[in-house]
Design a protein around this ligand. Structure first.
Ligand code: FRU
Length: 492
């Protein structure tokens, strides 16, 4: 039987979603209506890719969390499905927080998520309790398990905090299911706990897979853990990070820990640590394994620091990044847009060996729903100091990507891109020294820019706010440089 809360949410989104259609990007997932944060339950079910998301349909602000739902066959075109779950049971009455999904051998889809409830303690303080819950369904409708919660404070290791115990990510191995869950240990920072279950409903603690020890931020949210070749990757989204050179920035970050998993001992040894995305709007990534063996990642294309800085009169807030294929090469995470995007390439405009220095527009190179690749190299013996690409440009606005070969840095800058708030608009990050050669691939979808440097060695995601009519793109450098440009309009 469908709860009143779920029914109300479904009716609400069905009624109001059409009014938000004009605000939607062309190939990025948004909520039907209202607020969206983390991607949840990104997984394969009956041959299709399902994606759920943290969802508050009733306003563009965070509120009691539901799970919104979409599915796709190719990561580009998504079909909207009705709200999957609402906070409507004792165990999740104050929110269905982040979690994951998996197809069970009997053909049902299992959702493992964090149920939240608030209660008054004996000393009058209101506290929030987080524990893990299960719902099972057919890809459309879900029943909450009557045995919820399935993981509680009793399943925490010593010192574990039951107020910060969330975001289970499930996967299957030969002997059953495993899940990683974020927790705050006694030192007040973050840790990732590993659990095992034979059937998905009964879980037991196995190990502290990794811990932060106050080194990479505090509480580690939204973990994901998966093999890549001989190694394993642990993705976490730490709160309260501090910068480390240009590698991490302050606040909510995303970290990729690459290492070796010892399955017998349930232990993980790190080989390398790096930021996942060097831009401004990227958080809480989650991955799935495609049928053809690709590890694909999607994230919330926003960040908590600026989630209150909304444009006026919006009906939807929050979107997902475009899904990325992951690889690990030499202990580094490589990310590129999923290859399915090429099926939507429309008109192509290409230039080779063009020498530019003063700000230049190239005929046919403009747009806001585009897949653009620019290759830059020194034009003559003289090394350039800087190269700058401006996007989303009109007489008043632009966002820029600047490369400085002498210090191997790329800077993204959206200061002049129409934002109304005095928030972070600029970020610098290090790229590999290639003697002045660089490849910049840019996906633009109306108000978002996803930049991939040197075939995915770094990614940087950021939103811009200029009017959609700001379509120009320009190229400039301090001395002549040689560029190749390839631009596709995306036909959706
Ligand atoms: C991360 C997060 C999760 C939590 C969810 C609540 O963005 O804080 O840890 O489950 O958002 O919406």
């Amino acid at each position: 039987m469908m709860s009143e809360k779920l029914q109300k949410a479904r009716e609400f989104e069905a009624k109001y979603a059409p009014f938000a259609d004009a605000e939607r990007p062309a190939f990025h997932v948004t909520g039907a209506i209202g607020w969206v944060n983390d991607p949840n339950g990104f997984s394969v079910y009956q041959g299709e890719y399902h994606l759920f998301y943290q969802y508050h349909p009733y306003s563009t602000n965070w509120g009691p969390m539901h799970w919104g739902h979409v599915k796709t066959k190719d990561f580009v075109k998504w079909e909207r499905l009705p709200v999957a779950i609402a906070p409507d049971t004792e165990a999740d009455r104050n929110g269905c927080f982040s979690g994951s999904a998996i197809e069970m051998p009997d053909g049902r889809q299992l959702l493992l998520y964090t149920g939240v409830y608030r209660q008054r303690r004996d000393d009058a303080i209101m506290e929030e309790v987080q524990h893990q819950c299960v719902a099972v369904g057919d890809g459309l409708n879900y029943e909450k398990y009557e045995g919820n919660p399935v993981l509680t404070a009793d399943d925490l290791p010593e010192g574990g905090n039951r107020l910060d115990f969330r975001d289970p990510k499930i996967w299957q191995e030969e002997d059953g299911y495993y899940a990683v869950v974020g927790n705050r240990p006694a030192d007040g920072s973050g840790s990732i706990l590993l659990y095992y279950s034979e059937d998905g409903f009964h879980w037991e603690f196995k190990s502290v897979l990794d811990a932060c020890y106050n080194e990479y931020g505090k509480m580690w949210e939204c973990p994901d853990f998966f093999p890549m070749g001989e190694q394993h990757v642990l993705l976490v989204s730490p709160q309260e990070m501090t910068p480390l050179g240009l590698e991490f920035h302050a606040g909510y970050g995303t970290v990729c820990l690459i290492g070796t998993y010892n399955k017998k001992e349930y232990s993980f040894e790190r080989d390398a640590v790096q930021a996942v995305d060097y831009g401004i709007d990227f958080y809480a990534p989650q991955t799935l394994l495609t049928q053809d063996g690709r590890r694909v990642m999607i994230a919330w294309m926003q960040n908590w620091q600026t989630a209150n800085c909304q444009q006026k009169d919006v009906r939807i807030f929050g979107a997902m990044t475009f899904p990325r294929e992951l690889e690990v090469r030499d202990n580094k995470l490589i990310q590129n847009p999923v290859r399915e995007l090429a099926n939507y390439h429309g008109r192509k405009v290409a230039y080779h060996n063009v020498v530019i220095s003063r700000e230049t527009n190239l005929s046919g190179v403009h747009g806001r729903i585009i897949d653009l690749t620019v290759k830059v190299r020194p034009a003559s013996g003289k090394m350039y100091q800087w190269f700058k690409l401006k996007l989303g440009k009109d007489g008043e606005h632009y966002a820029s990507v600047r490369y400085k070969p002498d210090c191997d840095t790329v800077r993204i800058d959206r200061t002049r891109s129409g934002g109304r708030f005095d928030i972070v608009h600029v970020r610098d990050f290090l790229v590999r020294d290639r003697k002045g050669e660089i490849t910049l691939r840019i996906l633009m979808d109306k108000n978002s820019i996803e930049l991939f440097v040197n075939d995915g060695e770094q990614a940087a995601t950021f939103l811009i706010y200029s009017p959609i009519t700001a379509q120009a793109i320009s190229f400039e450098a301090d001395v002549p440089v040689m560029i190749d440009v390839e631009k596709y309009d995306l036909k959706l």
